[in-house]
Design a protein around this ligand. Structure first.
Ligand code: ADP
Length: 483
């Protein structure tokens, strides 16, 4: 099949700017598509970290007024990533988190900041850069959601549009009074357009008006058709079910590779895993001030701390395991109440429970390489990337049986154990009782080294690279173009 030109539109991009899995996906998918012969350029806001990282700039266009000030569009590179970057000091020249101010609240002008992203994407879609006319505009999440909307209400011809939902919980809802300021036509404010519960919905508009919708796992694609996971958008998604595709994320196998991971005490391949992992476990225990106990079951967590991630349940059940050889290495940040809970836990038993409330890439890798099991008790999980890293690193994933977790971990039930295919422990419903039972099951399996090692080997040989997902996306792009 012929190579396509794809404009990927995103508000986060690993390794330049990241708050979660969206950055990982936006960073890895273009490279996997390039390996298949497609030309992908990513449009990203010019946050300080992005402006500092880009090389070989070419000026594409100057905007006199991009939602409140002048702006310049650059074509540039950062490492292997091909980029369009919007330099707009009035919108993006702010340090720290891309969405929140220093007070922890959304920037008050997020509507304008991310409307600008969609607006420029649509302009590129219509030929702003004569050297890159995209066949497809691929928007990611609500921040890029207005790209297909501006294209829909603008002149023909236009490229085909795709929106990928990475998390339906984040929808980009703003006041209706912003309609004209956001350069949206009056006719866009309808049920078929951006109108959403009386306001403007960036994601809602994209779901209504993109040529196709993707989300990041097949199970999540089904879950969001129901009222619970659908979060107000399930009705619209049911209408568009024929255009909704569940494409599982991959893992960036260069960023997450135990054979070459500079953050590990000892790097390892499958053949020498047990000894190397024991050394990494010891190094992790030492770094976190845990008891240096090779026999303890060291449970790792790397997560945003939010209601979604279900870690409040872990706080509830740990009391039951006072007499068990269970240790915890938790790295996360977010909800201050959940954080306080874990801080109290660690203060009461620092040799058993270590909790670090930072964003710490090296420690995230150490936890994957040094913990015995890796917990993801999410109430919902569109795909989840940490369990994929855990599989690759030989940490046994203990996960809620929802969304992408259900699509990537094979529970060690009797049938899977007999067939020799188990890779982890799954539980459902997502309750404290089910989590406690899963942890008891994990302790039992940990006491059966042969079974444990078989599960580790199964997980480490599973292929969750980007190759298959990139082929799926490429097939979808072709399908859209020939429609
Ligand atoms: P989500 O996008 O919902 O936060 P994912 O599992 O899809 O969850 O992706 C989370 C990504 O962010 C993973 O790459 C994980 O390693 C990383 N991550 C999350 N919290 C931290 C943290 N505190 N420090 C370092 N990396 C983190």
């Amino acid at each position: 099949m012929a190579g396509l030109k794809i404009l990927s539109v995103t508000s986060e991009l690993f390794p330049l700017i990241k708050t979660g899995g969206l950055a990982d996906v936006a960073g890895a998918l273009p490279l996997a598509l390039a390996d298949l012969g497609h030309e992908v350029v990513t449009l990203i806001p010019g946050y300080p970290a992005v402006m500092e990282a880009i090389k070989g700039r070419r000026r594409v266009h100057d905007f006199d007024d991009l939602f409140g000030g002048p702006a310049r569009l650059w074509r540039a590179r950062a490492g292997a990533l091909e980029l369009f970057v919007i330099e707009a000091a009035h919108l993006y020249q702010r340090k720290g988190n891309p969405y929140l101010g220093p007070n922890g609240l959304d920037w008050p002008d997020n509507a304008q900041r991310f409307a600008a992203l969609g607006f420029v994407a649509a302009e590129i879609g219509r030929g702003l850069d004569a050297k890159f006319q995209p066949d497809i505009v691929h928007a990611h999440d609500w921040q890029a959601g207005l790209a297909p909307v501006y294209l829909h209400y603008g002149p023909e011809p236009r490229p085909k549009t795709l929106i990928t939902i990475h998390n339906l919980a984040f929808q980009g809802r703003f006041e209706a009074s912003l309609l004209a300021k956001l350069r949206l036509p009056v006719e866009a404010f309808t049920l078929q357009g951006v109108e959403y519960f009386g306001g403007i919905g960036f994601l809602k508009g994209a779901l209504a008006l993109s040529d196709a919708i993707a989300t990041v796992s097949p199970t999540y694609a089904l879950e969001i058709l129901g009222p619970e996971a659908g979060m107000g958008l399930d009705g619209l998604l049911r209408q568009r079910a024929g255009s909704l595709h569940g494409i599982l994320n991959g893992l960036d196998r260069e960023a997450w590779n135990p054979e070459a991971d500079v953050h590990l005490f000892t790097r390892y391949k499958r053949a020498i895993t047990a000894r190397a992992r024991a050394q990494n476990k010891l190094a992790l225990q030492q770094r976190l001030g845990l008891k240096l106990d090779p026999q303890a079951l060291l449970l790792g967590v790397v997560s945003r701390l939010s209601e979604q991630k279900g870690l409040d349940l872990l706080l509830d059940v740990l009391g039951e395991f006072a007499g068990s050889p269970l240790q915890l290495a938790l790295l996360g940040s977010g909800d201050p109440v959940i954080q306080q809970g874990f801080a109290r836990l660690a203060a009461a038993a620092p040799q058993r429970f270590a909790c670090s409330f930072a964003y710490d890439e090296p420690l995230a890798h150490m936890i994957q390489g040094g913990s015995d099991a890796f917990l993801v008790p999410s109430r919902f999980e569109p795909c989840g990337l940490t369990q994929l890293a855990a599989l690759r690193y030989g940490a046994i994933p203990v996960v809620a049986h929802v969304g992408g977790l259900a699509d990537t971990v094979i529970d060690a039930n009797a049938a899977a154990l007999q067939a020799g295919v188990a890779t982890g422990i799954c539980f459902y419903p997502v309750t404290r009782e089910a989590l406690a039972a899963a942890l008891r099951r994990t302790l039992t399996l940990f006491g059966e080294p042969k079974t444990w090692r078989k599960m580790q080997a199964n997980g480490m040989s599973a292929d969750f690279s980007w190759d298959q997902p990139a082929r799926h996306y490429a097939a979808l792009y072709h399908q859209l173009i020939s429609a």
